[in-house]
Design a protein around this ligand. Structure first.
Ligand code: 13P
Length: 244
């Protein structure tokens, strides 16, 4: 079985001084692949200060070069040492108007530059209560597949992040997560991409990580708030190692 993957998503947090302290306090854990996705201005600092963790960004332009003020290309991220880039995070979808097709184009841009896109999918509370979680996730994945092609899916990391679990302190229960992860795994397997890793994200903390990581179909985690505290992030990485 592949090692689990734990990815920190710092979101809009950090400062040069705070980052230096955090980078000094996090490091590789044997048996786990770990990465941190930092804001663009801190990529160079992270590339020189991180020890044993991979680097990622939190979004990317669908464009490669040209008159697109404010955009950052996947090629630029690769040049700065990124291995991963998050695409389609629910905050980008809901706050910045990224639709399913745009998420697909961003995933394609990442792959073009040799990055692994971490494609976020997940239902809102209203969609869950309407029994539509699997439909929503399937629609989001179909849109990415339509752009990148099924043959590229094995190079994608999928992150199931139920919107109602993000930043709320209410993680999905093991049973809730297991159902959707099984659905995603089935979707991937049906397209020849059974090897793709599927992460869970949404209120993963040091005290619930081990149970989530022991759940069938969960290959690791995408960690928001807890990735900003070295002790918590390292505890989550260790939980991923022991659950592997
Ligand atoms: P929290 O871990 O803070 O709930 O955030 C999850 C998330 O959005 C990771 O991308």
């Amino acid at each position: 079985m592949a090692q689990k993957l734990v990815v920190g998503n710092w979101k809009l947090n950090g400062s040069l001084a705070a980052n230096e302290a955090l980078f000094g306090a996090i490091g590789a854990v044997a048996g786990v692949d770990a990465a941190v996705c930092v804001p663009f201005p801190y990529l160079a600092q992270a590339a020189s200060s991180l020890r044993g963790l991979a680097l990622g960004a939190q979004t990317v332009s669908e464009f490669q070069t040209g008159a697109y003020t404010g955009e950052v290309s996947a090629e630029m991220l690769a040049e700065l040492g990124c291995r991963y880039v998050i695409v389609g995070h629910s905050e980008r979808r809901s706050l910045f108007g990224e639709d399913d097709a745009a998420v697909g184009r961003k995933a394609a841009a990442a792959l073009r530059a040799g990055l692994a896109p971490i494609v976020c999918v997940g239902e809102s509370l209203a969609e869950r209560e309407a029994g539509r979680a699997l439909d929503v996730v399937g629609r989001q994945l179909d849109a990415v597949s339509a752009v990148i092609g099924a043959s590229a899916l094995a190079r994608v990391v999928v992150a199931y992040e139920p919107v109602w679990a993000i930043g709320t302190g209410r993680a999905a229960s093991v049973d809730e997560a297991q159902v959707v992860h099984a659905g995603i795994r089935g979707w991937l397997a049906g397209r020849g991409a059974a090897a793709a890793r599927v992460l869970y994200g949404g209120s993963v903390k040091a005290d619930n990580a081990a149970a989530l990581f022991a759940t069938p179909g969960i290959d690791g985690g995408l960690i928001g708030g807890a990735s900003l505290a070295a002790r918590d992030f390292m505890a989550i990485c260790r939980a991923a190692a022991s659950g592997a």
